[in-house]
Design a protein around this ligand. Structure first.
Ligand SMILES: [Zn+2]
Length: 227
């Protein structure tokens, strides 16, 4: 961990909302667009050794004054992505203002190209990794600490070393769109990492921290749940 990311981690661990965020929640509504699933799930009695089905990540739309922020665009098929967005929100891909990608695993940006008009954000170290791939039609922008004055970008290392999640307030509850820092509700209960985590011990510490930061968790591959 670099000094900067360690500092960010400690700042986030102090639970103090970033300056300006505490005053007013600007998120009006959040909606799960696709409920994710894992390619193999030990809590279903499956081995970690090989994939048994296609993995889809949980994709969420966070909407507020003047923004529609899509987290982890999940579907590689353009018409399916548009269909799910419409089915859950009535919006078209062109209505999405910005997309945020939590980390560099392919299932979390499978649908990114279907949002050519949106800003593409990832936390700075994740944006760097994604841009280095050289496989996208556009570059990812390093996300500011707070997106649209309402959605905090918080470091959640463990699954990957540079993984970042989003935290916001809505209807009086703190919500964390956790990406793969939380795989599913079952993994969360045992503070267990998915098999491909780079540092399971750090991931467990991150989950403990999220338990204090969040009233609702939106995991990377499951429906949302109350903490
Ligand atoms: Zn992942």
């Amino acid at each position: 961990m670099t000094d900067t990311s360690r500092r960010q981690f400690i700042q986030a661990a102090s639970f103090a909302p970033a300056a300006g965020v505490a005053a007013a929640s600007k998120v009006g509504r959040w909606t799960v667009i696709t409920i994710g699933n894992l390619s193999r799930n030990r809590y279903w009695g499956e081995s970690d050794a090989k994939p048994l089905r296609e993995a889809i990540c949980t994709c969420t739309l966070i909407g507020g004054g003047g923004f529609q922020l899509l987290v982890d665009p999940s579907l590689a098929d353009a018409s399916l992505m548009a269909k799910e967005l419409d089915r859950r929100t009535g919006l078209k891909p062109g209505d999405v203002t910005a997309v945020f990608v939590t980390h560099e695993h392919g299932d979390h940006f499978a649908g990114i190209e279907h949002f050519p008009k949106a800003a593409w954000f990832a936390a700075a170290p994740v944006a760097e990794i994604l841009n280095r791939k050289g496989t996208f039609s556009r570059r990812f922008e390093p996300a500011p600490a707070v997106l649209f004055g309402a959605v905090e970008v918080i470091p959640t290392p463990g699954h990957t070393s540079t993984h970042h999640a989003l935290r916001f307030d809505c209807d009086g509850r703190a919500v964390v769109a956790a990406g793969d820092s939380v795989a599913t509700r079952d993994y969360w209960r045992e503070r267990r990492s998915y098999y491909n985590a780079v540092d399971a011990g750090l991931a467990a510490k991150t989950m403990d921290r999220l338990a204090r930061l969040a009233g609702i968790i939106i995991p990377g591959h499951d429906n949302y749940f109350a903490v």
